[in-house]
Design a binder for this molecule. Sequence first.
Ligand SMILES: Cc1cc2nc3c(=O)[nH]c(=O)nc-3n(C[C@H](O)[C@H](O)[C@H](O)COP(=O)(O)OP(=O)(O)OC[C@H]3O[C@@H](n4cnc5c(N)ncnc54)[C@H](O)[C@@H]3O)c2cc1C
Length: 384
Amino acid sequence: MALDEQARMIRETVARFVQRELMPLEQEVLQRMTRGTEPVLPSEHQARLGALASELGIDLLDAPAEVGGLDMPASIMVGVFEEFGKTCVPFLLPRQPNLFMSLLAGSDEQKAKYLAGYQAGTLQGAIAISEPVAGGDPAGMMTRAELDGNEWVINGRKIWISYAGHADFAIVMARVGEGQREEGITAFLVDKGTPGFIVEREIPMIGHQNTFGVVFDNCRIPASAVLGPVGGGYAPMQRRLVIRRLEIGSTNVGRAQRALDMMCEHALQRTTFGTRLSDRQAIQWWIADIGTRIHAARLMIADAAARYDRGEDARTEIGMIKVYAPELAYEAVDHAMQTLGALGMTKETALFAMWQNARLARIYEGPSEVHRQAVARRILKRYS
Ligand SMILES: Cc1cc2nc3c(=O)[nH]c(=O)nc-3n(C[C@H](O)[C@H](O)[C@H](O)COP(=O)(O)OP(=O)(O)OC[C@H]3O[C@@H](n4cnc5c(N)ncnc54)[C@H](O)[C@@H]3O)c2cc1C
C-alpha cells in the first residue's frame, strides 16, 4: 500500500477513536480535574481504551517490529499525534515509543526482562534525567554511579520524573568517572523497590501531570544493569528526545486546531451589539493568524518528519518545532478563551485543560528558550 494511503487510513482510524471514544469522556475528565482529588482518567477507562486501541491496531504503531510493533515512520505518526492532541482526555497509548528506543540498546538479557513486559503493557517505565541542579541543561547532572565489585552504586537526586511513583522500572541517567558535561553520562535500569531507590514525593503540577522527586541513596544494582555503553548514554538520550519533540509538536498542532474550531464555532453563533463576532475584524485576525500558523506548523512538521525518516539530522528543524508548536497552541487556546468570554473562563470547556497542557509543553523536554539557543547556535555556525 502506498505510504500516503496508509497514512490516511491510520489517521482516519485514530480520528474516529478520538471522536467516538475520547471526546465523550471530556466532561467527566474536566469534572475530575476540577475536584482535583482523583485520577483524571480512571484506570478502568484507561484499561478499556487501551484494549480497544489494541483491537484497532493503533497501540503499537511506532513500536519497533522487533517487539511486534508496526515501525511506522515519523511521517505517519505526526498525523496520529495531531489527532490525539485534539482532546483534553489524557489517554496514553499504553507504551511510550521513545522508551522502546532506549530499551532496544539493551543486552539480550535486558530485552528479555524489560522489552517483553513493556510490549505487553504489563511493565510501566520512567526516565530520570532532570535534577534540581540540571533540567534544561542535563549535561550538568550530578548524580553519580561508581562500580564497586560487580555492582554499580548510584547516589544523587532526580526531580520532575513522570510516572516514577508507580513505574516498575526507571531508566536513570548518571555520571561515571571524572568526565565533564556529556562525557561519562550513562544509562542504568533500576527496578522499583531496589533498596536506596527512594520516591521521595509526588509533586502536584498544572494539567494534573504530576511528577516525582526521587533520591538515590547508595542504590546498588548489578553490573549488568547498565543500559548501552558506559559513558555513552548522552547521545542515545538525545536521539530519543528528538522523536519525542516531534510528537510534542504534532500534539500541540492538534490542540491549536481544536482551539481554532471552538473559536470559529462560537464566533459564528454569538452576536454582540447586533453583529456576529465572526464579522469583527479583531476576531477575524485571530482566526487568520492562528489558521496561518497551524498551516506553517504542519508544513514544518511534515518536512522535519521526512528528514528524520530519511535518516538525516533534523535536530535544528525539530528544535524549531518544539518552540513553535507549543507557543502556537498556547496562544490559540488563549484567543479561543477570549472569544468565548466568561464561558472561556469556566472549567467546563476543554480549553481550561488544553491551556494548562499547552503551558506545560513550553517547559518539558527542554524549555523554549533552551531550544531557541540551540537553534541559534546551529544557524550561527553556518556563518562563522
Ligand atoms: C510535566 C513535566 C513532566 C516532566 N517529566 C520529566 C521526566 O519524566 N523525566 C525527566 O528527566 N524530566 C522531566 N521533566 C523535567 C523537564 O525536562 C525540565 O523541567 C526542563 O528540561 C526544564 O528544566 P528546569 O525545570 O530545571 O528549568 P531550568 O533549566 O532551570 O530553566 C528555567 C528557565 O530558565 C530559562 N533558561 C534556561 N536555560 C536558558 C538558556 N540557555 N537561555 C535562555 N533562558 C534559559 C528558561 O526560561 C527556563 O524555562 C518534566 C517536566 C514537566 C513540567
